[in-house]
Design a protein around this ligand. Structure first.
Ligand code: SOE
Length: 381
């Protein structure tokens, strides 16, 4: 395989980010895109200099000889599109959450294995070098036993009742919204870094805006557009703006996470603090190149991102020396580097990148969290 040919479906907020990251990896060409209206598909193809534009994903995978597809559509389309691509023998990189129902995710895991195709979920937060360093500090024993976990993921782009997006609608997002949209990253990350499995959850959701102003025309994610009364209709909201979840881990210890999409001033802030028997690690996505390391008997430390100070597994995700900051766009590039190495045939026994099996695991936790909120009781995973 010389140049790997790729198609991308869904050109809202994250699709173009996938394309930009792919263009930073040698030997990959995005030859086609698919988007829901002809006008927008052609405009995006012209803007991004992509040879061909489609409005029908299934036509795109029929007509193009693609090696891989990236699925960046609203959540409810992930399953049918991933299934169709796998059936045609195309490798799939899918946005999170992998599907809206657990059975769908299960079917995709099995189908990808049966076909022997590379399958990945875009849990890109794993690819901040400092996150991998945290994982290595745990694996190498520096952290010690995990005593407790404190996580949060806070945003404000849905703060006002006039803020609207497809993620607010269960028909497109699934039964949950804040948990499915941003909780998915946090839930995946905390098991990835701690190496512990969540065994039980107790959740409490809140929909702050019971009614929102739905625009009469679609609004893009993060558009920040202030709507006027003539632009919208009042609609009831059935997905959560905020959720708090208590967690029990397989080592008997505990944690909690809070997610909110109505936290003014918190633009896109994931924070993870793990207290271990030897030290505490605390990291935040808004200052991703710093790790706070807490000690009981000596001064606390701040580790700055520097490959020379990292374990080799974390240094492998760093492209520039210390002091040359890397951020959000670099995470997708690093994730895709590992995925495309596998597509080129560098098959490891256990892939480092997040696979459909990880997507299934996250969805399982998400479903149990929704169930727990519904029943107002602890639910086993
Ligand atoms: C919107 O909440 C969103 O775009 C998420 O869907 C992404 O996963 C996150 O990276 C940024 O915010």
């Amino acid at each position: 395989m010389d140049t790997i040919k790729v198609g991308v479906v869904g050109l809202g907020f994250i699709g173009p980010a996938h394309i930009e990251a792919l263009r930073r990896i040698p030997g990959i060409e995005v030859t086609a895109i698919s988007h829901h209206t002809r006008e927008k598909a052609e405009a995006k193809a012209a803007q991004l200099r992509i040879p061909r534009a489609y409005t029908d994903f299934y036509e795109m995978i029929d007509q193009e000889s693609l090696d891989a597809v990236h699925i960046c559509t609203p959540n409810h389309l992930h399953y049918p599109m991933a299934k169709a691509a796998l059936e045609k023998g195309i490798h799939v990189i899918c946005e999170k959450p992998l599907a809206v129902k657990l059975e769908e995710a299960q079917e995709l895991v099995e189908l990808a294995a049966k076909k022997g195709l590379v399958n990945a979920v875009h849990f890109n937060i794993r690819y901040y070098p400092m996150v991998r360093q945290m994982k290595m500090l745990r694996e190498k024993g520096d952290l010690g036993e995990v005593f407790s976990v404190l996580g949060s993921y806070l945003q404000d782009w849905l703060f006002y009742a006039t803020d609207y997006n497809w993620r607010l609608e269960p028909e497109q997002s699934g039964d949950s919204r804040a948990i499915a949209d941003i909780g998915s990253h946090l839930i995946d990350l905390l098991e990835y870094v701690t190496g512990r499995k969540v065994t039980q959850v107790m959740a409490d959701f809140n929909t702050v805006h019971q009614t929102r102003k739905k625009p009469l025309k679609p609004v893009e994610t993060y558009s920040g557009k202030m709507l006027q009364p003539e632009d919208y209709a009042d609609v009831p909201i059935r997905t959560e703006d905020h959720a708090t979840v208590l967690l029990r881990f397989d080592n008997g210890n505990k944690g909690s996470v809070t997610v909110s999409q109505v936290a003014a001033g918190r633009k896109n802030r994931l924070s993870l603090e793990i207290a271990g028997s030897k030290q505490t690690l605390s990291w935040c996505s808004e200052t991703p190149n710093e790790l706070w390391i807490g000690h009981r008997d000596e001064p606390n430390q701040v580790l700055l991102r520097d490959p020379a100070l990292f374990y080799p597994e974390a240094a492998a995700l760093v492209a520039y020396p210390g002091g040359h900051n890397e951020g959000f766009p670099d995470t997708s590039k690093q994730l895709f580097r590992e995925v495309y190495a596998a597509i080129r045939g560098d098959q490891r026994e256990a892939p480092l990148y997040p696979t459909f099996a990880d997507g299934y695991r996250e969805l399982l936790l998400c479903e149990r969290i929704v169930e727990s909120n519904h029943k107002s009781s602890w639910v086993s995973v």
